[in-house]
Design a protein around this ligand. Structure first.
Ligand SMILES: Cc1ncc(COP(=O)(O)O)c(C=O)c1O
Length: 382
């Protein structure tokens, strides 16, 4: 085994494609919102089949806007509840808190996503929405969660940070949700540097989001300062909301446009690598468990996860053998901020201590996957 680390993530770019799109922006003299962001939004709608798309500077921005806008439009009160998962990146749950709402944690199931049975148990008179997170691109039991939301008249927000390109029977599986939030962060399957897409079902929600995304300024959103309107630049505007700066820009959109052209290829390659891991690990089910995925699902797979008894030992062993690994995620109720819910989600607690992510990216070779597999098997069999 050589001394070079096998990396956990490695963003891969179509360099010539990215440079051509970036050159357009620099020659046109426009790097801000509008221009490439408009094109990316159109292409994203065509790719996902979603009705609306608004390009923002991160998935965190999309999540914050989703809850701000739904709270405003539906008249939710401070302290109203959103049912959410402990197995996620903290910005999912921070978005609920930042909107003045209360995260109520439900447990996960064998897909590592929300368990619909536990979600139903956590519904109260103050529940307004459910936040579903598709871990590793897995749609889990999204359909049952959607049914629950319809039955109890709850909004459904999908944190699709890991789901760019996930398909079930050839289509994006979460299109009926009220808001779907994607990440184009550098470690995601569609990598830029930082950016994301906010896809509301209701175009009225998107209209408000566009105002809230630029400090609450109520000009016709960005169109007044977009490149093609330069001659009609208007300085006068009113300010309707206290808000943040969440806009995406044309430079990042240029990179995203080039990356989108390769997204299906990336997902197909990741599926091949995942099958190689699956074939080896499924032979030792008493030592290694794999998350469940729905039938006919091609997940986006920004991570490849397994569940083992001695996770911390395996992380150390892999490091000693020049293999990077990761943990996605620590149970959020272990963090001081969310400790009020600690002990309410036993399965998530177990996952948090036993899950490990193994290398998964476009530059990873089949031989490197075999090296990782061998190291994992040597560790669990010792
Ligand atoms: C599940 C999940 N949600 C939200 C985010 C936030 O994404 P971004 O970095 O684009 O803000 C991430 C990023 O790691 C994530 O993994």
């Amino acid at each position: 085994m050589g001394n070079e680390m096998i990396r956990l993530f490695r963003p891969t770019f179509d360099v010539e494609g990215c440079l051509a799109e970036l050159k357009d922006c620099l020659e046109e003299g426009w790097t801000g919102p509008g221009f490439k962001t408009d094109r990316l939004e159109e292409e994203w709608k065509a790719y996902t089949g979603l009705a609306n798309a608004y390009y923002v500077n991160s998935c965190t921005a999309a999540l914050n806007l989703s809850f701000d806008v739904l709270k405003q439009c539906d008249g939710w009160q401070d302290g109203d509840e959103v049912i959410t998962t402990p197995i996620t990146f903290v910005s999912s749950n921070h978005a609920i808190l930042l909107a003045g709402l209360k995260p109520v944690f439900a447990d996960v199931d064998d897909t590592l996503c929300l368990d619909p049975k536990d979600v139903e148990k956590k519904i109260t008179d103050r529940t307004k929405a459910v936040l579903f997170v598709g871990i590793s691109g897995n749609p889990g039991h999204y359909r049952e969660i959607l049914d629950l939301c319809r039955r109890y008249h709850l909004r459904l927000v999908v944190d699709a940070a890991h789901m760019s390109g996930t398909k079930v029977n050839g289509s994006f599986p979460c299109g009926e949700a009220d808001a779907v939030d994607f990440s184009f962060h550098t470690f995601k399957t569609l990598a830029t540097a930082d950016s994301g897409m906010l896809c509301f079902k209701d175009p009225e929600h998107e209209k408000i989001a566009r105002i809230r995304a630029w400090s609450g300024i109520n000009t016709a959103a960005y169109s007044d300062y977009a490149i093609r309107d330069h001659k009609t630049y208007k300085w006068h505007y009113d300010v309707e909301y206290v808000s943040n700066c969440y806009n995406g820009n044309s430079l990042m959109a240029a990179v995203a446009l080039a990356q989108l052209r390769n997204l299906d290829k990336s997902i197909a390659y990741r599926a091949q690598l995942a099958s190689r891991y699956d074939a080896a690990f499924s032979k030792v089910p008493d030592k290694i468990r794999l998350p469940e995925f729905p039938a006919d699902c091609t997940p986006s797979r920004c991570h490849y996860q397994i569940i083992v008894e001695d996770r911390d030992g395996l992380v150390k062993y892999l490091n000693e053998h020049h293999i990077n690994s990761g943990v996605h995620y620590v149970d959020n109720t272990n963090y001081r901020m969310y400790a009020y819910a600690h002990g309410t989600c036993p399965k998530a607690e177990y996952i948090s201590e036993h899950v490990i992510s193994l290398p998964m990216h476009m530059k990873l070779t089949a031989e490197e996957v075999d090296t990782v597999i061998q190291a994992v098997l040597d560790f669990v069999n010792q």
